[in-house]
Design a binder for this molecule. Structure first.
Ligand code: H2B
Length: 124
């Protein structure tokens, strides 16, 4: 079943994602990453491939696309927080993007904030 990651799991698994540019959304138990591709076509190609991976996982991103920028938030609605599925999808997205895009890092908070389960309730 889908369950919210424990503090031990967070401490073990989140730093690697933080290193690739995933951040913590303030006051939510959610991960965010922003990619800037060279063109709209490359951004849309990335989104198409991710959409197929998301369908396979039956786990879907919250995302927006403006021209060549794709802004992604991952969380699990079924358990109202971060689950393994978010980490799986995050890793797949990283793999699909490869180094085709510039990763914007000046947003959100460090993933380490998500290692405390109270993060989303006390606002950081
Ligand atoms: C019925 C279906 O399994 C659910 O609605 C799935 C689909 N995709 C999902 N995606 C995300 N991000 N969270 C969910 O809880 C979720 N649930």
């Amino acid at each position: 079943m889908t369950y919210v990651l424990t503090e031990n799991e967070r401490a073990e698994l989140l730093p690697d994602l933080g290193a690739t540019g995933w951040g913590a959304v303030p006051e939510r138990d959610a991960l965010r990453k922003i990619w800037k591709f060279r063109t709209f076509s490359e951004a849309w190609g990335f989104m198409s491939r991710v959409a197929l991976a998301a369908e396979k996982l039956n786990h879907h991103p919250e995302w927006t696309n403006i021209y060549n920028v794709v802004d992604v938030t991952l969380t699990t609605h079924a358990c109202d927080g971060l689950s393994r599925l978010d980490l799986d999808l995050a890793r797949r997205m990283d793999k699909i993007a490869g180094d085709a895009a510039e990763v914007q890092r000046n947003h959100s908070e460090p993933v380490e904030c998500l290692c405390r389960l109270q993060h989303m309730r006390d606002g950081g």
